[in-house]
Design a protein around this ligand. Structure first.
Ligand code: ADP
Ligand code: MG
Length: 688
């Protein structure tokens, strides 16, 4: 049997079952081998009826002592069974006449099922059973534990048993051992084929306490999968390094002019990261760099320096932001910085007027505009560039891989644009090692001088009147304040409504304070004018939805109230809170919660109170929510892993990195088959 054959080559698998199996990722014989049992049940020993407890899945052997149809709420067949120790019932809601006839008093039955305590004592509903004339020979029926496979509607455990039996018999010998024996010996690991056999059909003795997959066997698979994943990314990196890009020119002079007009000096972390980016950009292979820096660390200036390099190289650059509001702010900042240098900045958004958009598209296509700032509208079809050399994506955790690839394809024929991604959600080192091995990472690990940590206070919304008093006092004392109304409901309409109501209410309660409102359903020009009035100090209290979550920068704001804080994730709270504490004055963030706090919410809010460190918060967020959410859609479903789990198995990651290095150096022949074995189902590796 060829391991890459379709499951339809197995006995008992027709097109209908194959289609159902495909939905859970099983289409080849190899997929069957890697479709691991969830748990096992023990059918090797017989349990006396008297020792059955509610919830146990057990084998019972007994004799039928009666059968009758019960007409209760649902018609059912009840069959009484006795052994030396006691009496129980089988209950069936669906049964044929033939079944009913076969279950005759005096016959023996072997049963397996889950015991339940019903009104008439212990019973099993629709157990697996076999009827015989004499005492069944139980010892020989099952030598190993019985696996229970994850499944889907319409594929029974009996089907899984039948097909795994066939594949284990026919195809297991074709599973090539790809890890060098030196590696297996080093970690005292079994051969892959042996591990798979043991996992599918474990001997009773090897089951662990929780009845899970034998730990050392699972580790063997986890290790190989993580290794393959890491190698896949290293290959992506190699491929990228072999692609060509336009090497950008030195822009020191223009950059110096720009920097000297700023009211501050760069921090040394900003200087270091700018230098790292600059040397990437001067190479003729495409840059793929991630800049991570906590909220307020000053990523925008660093991005601006890179943009200038594209300009002096007579090329084009695009800066993309995840929200309209943030994109508008970038447009404003960058235009303000660059117009004195004689550089025009174009704007592209989904909400633009058609004629305006048309003019921008034309200017980009002709090369008239060198810089463009925008939202995801930038990577839509119909946006064409004359000479796109650099793409910068701000707050990347909101963008999917596919979207990034779409922009990359807008470069010159045969060349890839350089790509820079900026994020305030730092990726813990171990994760970066495993999942960003194709990307270079720079960290702005220092905040501009004079920043003071934001003081965070957690309060119940019972104390709302008191809180309003405090805000009013702060505002009349000249402090600018955000009042954030997030809703768990993602609907912009509902969010906007809640914020509008709150703004009305607050305006009524604080007649002497100038209150304004910003939300996602307002027109871009309206939003911009509100933000401008807030920036200018005309507005003292800005009521907002989570549209202000990322990137918004008004350094004079120093107080923030977040409603329903208990419903938000840690990273989101940290982002929101990062809107204050951007200037040199002391800032406060009030996290308001509703009702009684659950254990988990309490833990989260306490952590927010205790730390301002984005790294610490990201680590905790990862623990609490898992990496899928944290890394956005980089790879969906636990990052596309079948067996490994990056949290549980993270102790392997440094080892994996080391062994991957060894394989790349000494065993290059196994790399392609390894990545093919594990990653073929992940699209990302196919189209880069
Ligand atoms: P983020 O990394 O969150 O995107 P921004 O780029 O928005 O941060 O910068 C936050 C604020 O800090 C802005 O007002 C910016 O002008 C200012 N800033 C950036 N770098 C420095 C610096 N080296 N010294 C003082 N202020 C700075
Ligand atoms: Mg930013």
């Amino acid at each position: 049997m060829d391991i890459n054959q379709s499951v339809t080559s197995l006995k008992g698998v027709g097109p209908a079952i194959a289609a159902k199996m495909e939905k859970i990722g099983v289409s080849s014989l190899q997929d069957v081998l890697f479709h691991l049992p969830l748990r096992y049940v023990d059918k090797t020993t017989v349990t006396p009826i008297r020792s059955l407890r509610h919830g146990d899945s057990r084998v019972v052997v007994g004799q039928i002592d009666g059968a009758q149809i019960a007409f209760g709420r649902r018609r059912s067949l009840l069959v009484g069974i006795s052994d030396d120790s006691g009496h129980m019932l089988i209950r069936m809601f669906f049964f044929s006449r033939a079944q009913q006839r076969a279950l005759q008093p005096g016959k023996w039955v072997w049963l397996f099922g889950e015991a339940r305590l019903g009104a008439k004592g212990i019973e099993m509903i629709h157990p697996e059973y076999r009827v015989s004339e004499n005492i069944p020979e139980t010892q020989t029926t099952c030598a190993s534990l019985t696996p229970i496979y994850p499944s889907t509607e319409g594929v029974s455990q009996a089907v899984w048993m039948k097909i795994t039996d066939q594949v284990l018999d026919g195809a297991l010998d074709d599973v090539q051992e790809l890890l060098p024996s030196s590696v297996l010996e080093q970690f005292d690991m079994p051969q892959l084929a042996n591990a798979l056999r043991e996992i599918h059909r474990p001997a009773k003795a090897s089951l662990d306490d929780e009845g899970a997959i034998p730990a050392d066997m699972r580790e063997r698979l986890v290790f190989e999968e993580l290794l393959a994943q890491h190698l896949g990314l290293r290959q992506l990196r190699e491929q990228r390094e072999n692609k060509s890009a336009v090497a950008l020119d030195d822009a020191a002079e223009l950059q110096q002019t720009f920097l000297s007009a700023l009211p501050f000096d760069l921090t040394s972390a900003q200087q270091r990261v700018a230098k790292e980016i600059s040397s990437d950009l001067e190479r003729d292979s495409p840059m793929n760099r991630l800049v991570q820096g906590d909220v307020g660390s000053g990523k925008t200036v660093v991005a601006a320096l890179a943009l200038l390099k594209a300009v002096v190289s007579n090329g084009q650059a695009a800066l993309m932001a995840p929200t309209e509001l943030l994109a508008e702010q970038h447009l404003k900042n960058i235009s303000h910085w660059f117009e004195p240098l004689g550089i025009q900045v174009a704007w592209l958004s989904g909400k633009q007027k058609k004629s305006e958009r048309q003019a921008v598209l034309q200017g980009l296509q002709s090369g008239e505009f060198q810089l463009v700032v925008g939202t995801h509208a930038l990577f839509q079809d119909g946006v064409e560039f004359d000479r796109l050399l650099l793409i910068i994506i701000d707050e990347q955790h909101r963008f999917g891989v596919e979207q990034r690839l779409a922009l990359r394809n807008k470069g010159l024929a045969g060349k890839q644009p350089h790509q820079l991604i900026m994020t305030a959600t730092p990726i813990p080192r171990t994760l970066a090692m495993a999942f960003y091995a194709d990307i270079d990472v720079s960290s702005i690990d220092e905040l501009p001088p004079g920043r003071m940590p934001v003081e965070t206070v957690v309060v119940s919304d019972n104390r709302r009147p008191e809180l309003i008093g405090r805000v009013r006092e702060a505002c009349s004392g000249g402090q600018q304040t955000y009042w954030v109304c997030p809703l768990i409901d993602e609907s912009e309409v509902l969010q906007a409504q809640a914020a509008t109501d709150t703004a009305d209410l607050l305006a009524k309660e604080m007649p002497d304070i100038s209150v304004a409102l910003v939300h996602g359903r307002m027109k871009p020009a309206e939003k911009e004018s509100v933000m401008q009035r807030f920036r200018d100090g005309e507005v003292q209290l800005l009521v907002a939805t989570t549209v202000i979550e990322v990137g918004v920068d008004v350094p004079s704001a120093s107080l923030m109230v977040i409603e329903n804080a208990e419903r938000l994730g840690l990273s989101q709270l940290h982002q929101l809170r990062g809107r204050v504490g951007r200037g040199s004055q002391k800032s406060v963030c009030l996290l308001m919660y509703h009702g009684q706090l659950g254990q988990n919410a309490k833990q989260r809010l306490t952590l927010m109170r205790e730390t301002n460190d984005g790294f610490e918060i990201a680590r905790k967020d990862l623990e609490m929510r898992g990496p899928g959410e944290m890394l956005g859609t980089r790879q969906t479903g636990e990052l596309g892993l079948r067996i490994a789990n990056v949290i549980r198995d993270q102790h392997w990651l440094p080892v994996v990195e080391r062994i991957a290095g060894e394989l790349l150096r000494d065993h290059r022949d196994v790399i392609q088959p390894l990545t093919k074995r594990w990653l073929a189902h992940q699209e990302v590796y196919g189209n880069v």
